[in-house]
Structure formats: C-alpha cells, structure tokens
Write a protein that binds this ligand. Structure first.
Ligand SMILES: Cc1cc2nc3c(=O)[nH]c(=O)nc-3n(C[C@H](O)[C@H](O)[C@H](O)COP(=O)(O)OP(=O)(O)OC[C@H]3O[C@@H](n4cnc5c(N)ncnc54)[C@H](O)[C@@H]3O)c2cc1C
Length: 398
C-alpha cells in the first residue's frame, strides 16, 4: 500500500495546530495544485481535548481568518481583573473577543488546506528528521509502519519545545521553542456562577508569575484554571493546586475533566529558520508572554513563515536562500516579536507586584464608572500602586 502520494515534497509541514494548518493552507494557495505540500500530524487536528481556553481577539482573528459563527462558542464583552481580596476592575468593550470551538475551527482550516491542494495525513508521527546535501529526510511512523520521505524544506509547527530540531548540527542556535515554558492546568466545570460574556482573571501570590482564570464554555460549563511562571514552586502538584483553587473560591463547582499543558512564552532573538528548516507558532515561542495568547499568534506566524518558504523555494541560489531564512525573524519581529520581546523583559518586574498593591489598584478602579476602566488605566493603576516596578518596566514603557 502506498501511504503517501510521493516520497519527495517541496515542503513538509509537521504539526497541524493553528501554526501548521495556516502555513500549509498559505503554501497550498501560493503554490497552486502542484505545490507538493504535505501536512502531517500524529492526530486529527479536531480530535478533542484541545488543551486551551480558546479565547481570541475578534478583530485580530478576523484579519487572519474570517470568523464563521459555526466554530464559535460565544462572544466576550468584558474582562474582570480580580485582586487577591476579590476587588474587581472591569474592562468592557462590546464583542472584544470570541471563544472558539477549536476543534471545529481546526476542521475548517484543514478543509481549506485540502481545497488548496495540500496533501494531509493525520495519523503520521514524525519520529525524527535529518539533513544531507540532497535536502531533508523525515522518518514518519504511520500505524505500525516506518516510512522515509524527503523534502526541500520543512516547517516545524509541532508545538511547545524542540523535540524535532534538537541535536541537529546545522540547526545549532535556532529558536528552541522552550525558553520560557510555563505550566498551565484547567478544569471543565459546572456550578460556577459566571457572566457568560466575561472572562475573569485572578492575580496575586496565589498564582506566582501567572494568573488564574475563568472562561465561559458551552451551556453552563466554564473553563477554570491557571498558569504559573516557569520557576514558580507551588509546593504541591498542579492538580492539587487546581483543586485548592476551585474548592476555596467555588466549593459548589462540579468538575467534569482536568487537562494540562505547557505554554511557550518567551520571545528570543534567535533565528527562526536555518538550512531550509522553518519554525512556526509555539515551536518558535510565539505566545504573548503576558496574556499567554497563542492562537492568533500561531496563525500569523504560520502565514509569515509560509510566505518566506514560498520565496525560498523560488530563490535562485544558496545566498538568496540564506537571506530569506534570516529575514524570517525580522518579519516576525516587525509583526509581533518586538512587542513580545519588550513584554518578556518587563515580565519579571510584574511578577514582583504584591497582593496589597493589586488590591489597592483594583479597589480604586472598581469605584470608577465602567466606561472609565480602560485597559491602559487598569495597567497604569497597577503600576502606580507599585512604583518600584516602573523602573523594571522601563523597556515596556518606551
Ligand atoms: C492550558 C492552556 C490554555 C491556553 N489558552 C489559550 C487561549 O485562551 N487563547 C490563546 O490564544 N492561546 C491559548 N493557549 C495557547 C495556545 O493553545 C497555543 O499557543 C497554540 O495552540 C499554538 O499553536 P501551534 O500550532 O503552534 O501548536 P499546537 O496547537 O500545540 O499544535 C502542534 C501540533 O503538532 C502535533 N505534533 C507534535 N509533535 C508531532 C510529531 N512529532 N509528529 C506529528 N505531529 C506532531 C500535535 O499533535 C499538534 O496537533 C493556551 C495553552 C494552554 C496550554
């Protein structure tokens, strides 16, 4: 039986999360039906559970992939910022965000990939990759069988970390996707009173370097969880800490399931492409280091990387290819990377804000009319309550 249509592709995209799906779709569209683009994932992109709170900014998603209500769970019109003592500042803006059903959203992009002429395979685990003078070679496991396929270029969109690209001599110094991997965990629960069009974010020492959250889901369900700084030492397991969070704040909650994952924060200045291998999404640490949003970021990165790969395939010589590879980081920096870098530098300062300072700022803000509680005012109220942080945040404020 022939598993793949060919054993030589122009591009193999490894990983069909938002970054890989978007990259494959763009490449298919740019190259036409004869693009010889192969998209691989070890599981179907719509297979649940997807470890995510599924919130995105409405206008930023719309710029990249027009929103279709068939894959949206609901709209977000506000965010509560809750301090340790329970004071709430409220940012309100009608339809500022959407809660996706990521499973359906992935399905929609995967369908578009097929229409764009991409060969897709969702039972294919990329075990390892290697390179010689003829290009890239991938060892792929499909069922019980090992298959070798070759490609001129590879996109690594396999999510947080660098399992595929570690230890390959020609890739030394490339972005690793693991510079600031933060642990996150959440439960899908019922029985928690919560406004269906609001997100609730909890700050303070209960979540060192991170934050707790409640995001609405379908019906009466919510997603309740938290993310911690990479070096936070909670003293108990993430699961026990989640249990404690839920029991302390919402003893009436009934937990249906618990999921965990890593969030690939931490922008670096390292190259995102070398020797015909391109990194995209979490595999390139593209998550916003403060909000920890990574869906739109992965889509955008996947698009930029696909455009670069398309140019790379048409490049006249090795010199031109090397220039295109080094320009990937510049493109990303211009789009989002520069602001991520500033946020990443400021993050340790924010992690030092004390509970009393959050309480003071939130109490003051909660007394203002809702229309005056802008994101900027909320941000500066927290900063002014903690002057020592302003110096540490200077890179962000420039
Ligand atoms: C708990 C949690 C909550 C989050 N909440 C939000 C949120 O509300 N909003 C937001 O914007 N972001 C959120 N994020 C971040 C967001 O989920 C990621 O940034 C986003 O999924 C990154 O997309 P990606 O395509 O780069 O990687 P992924 O979505 O991780 O996709 C990688 C794909 O690669 C496949 N793969 C991996 N290794 C191989 C291999 N060797 N062979 C074949 N296939 C492979 C995997 O099966 C997977 O499908 C959250 C993350 C976590 C952990």
């Amino acid at each position: 039986m022939t598993i793949f249509r060919s054993n030589l592709y122009n591009v193999v995209v490894c990983g069909a999360g938002p970054a890989g799906l978007m990259a494959a779709y763009q490449l298919g569209k740019l190259a036409g039906n004869d693009g010889r683009v192969l998209l691989l994932d070890k599981k179907e992109p719509w297979k649940e559970p997807i470890f995510c709170a599924e919130a995105v900014s409405t206008h930023r998603l719309n710029e990249l992939w027009p929103i279709d209500e068939s894959w949206v769970r609901g709209s977000i019109s506000g965010i509560y910022f809750t301090s340790p003592k329970g004071y709430k500042a409220e940012f309100y803006s009608k339809d500022c965000g959407r809660l996706l059903d990521r499973s359906k959203f992935h399905h929609a992009i995967a369908d578009a990939c097929v229409e764009a002429g991409v060969e897709c395979r969702y039972d294919a685990l990329v075990k390892s990759i290697s390179r010689d003078e003829s290009g890239w070679h991938l060892n792929v496991q499909v069922g019980g069988e090992m298959v070798e396929i070759s490609a001129r270029a590879v996109i690594d969109a396999t999510g947080p970390g660098c399992r595929l690209t570690r230890g390959i001599p020609c890739l030394e110094g490339i972005e690793s996707g693991d510079i600031d991997l933060e642990p996150a965990i959440f439960a899908v629960a019922e029985g928690i009173e919560h406004k269906r069009d609001h997100i609730d974010l909890f700050y303070g020492s209960e979540f060192p370097g991170g934050y707790g959250w409640i995001f609405p889901r379908d019906g009466k369900e919510v997603n309740i969880g938290f993310v911690l700084a990479k070096d936070a030492k909670p003293g108990i397991s993430m699961r026990d800490k989640l249990k404690q969070f839920i029991t302390n704040h919402y003893p009436e909650a009934s937990v249906k399931a618990v999921y965990g994952g890593m969030i690939a924060c931490g922008q670096s200045n390292k190259p995102m492409a070398k020797c015909g291998l391109f990194k995209a999404g979490d595999a390139a640490s593209c998550v916003n280091p403060l909000s920890r949003s990574g869906i739109v970021e992965a889509l955008l990165c996947g698009k930029l990387v696909a455009e670069s790969v398309h140019e790379w395939l048409a490049a006249a010589d090795e010199n031109a290819r090397v220039n295109i590879e080094s320009a990937v980081l510049d493109r990303w920096m211009k789009a989002l990377g520069k602001s991520h870098l500033q946020i990443a530098r400021a993050k340790p300062g924010l992690a030092k804000i004390k509970d009393e300072q959050f309480d003071k700022a939130a109490m003051r803000l909660s007394k203002l009319p809702r229309e005056k509680q802008t994101l900027l005012r909320i941000f500066f109220a927290v900063l002014w309550s903690c002057p020592s942080v302003i110096w540490k945040m200077r890179s962000f404020l420039h």
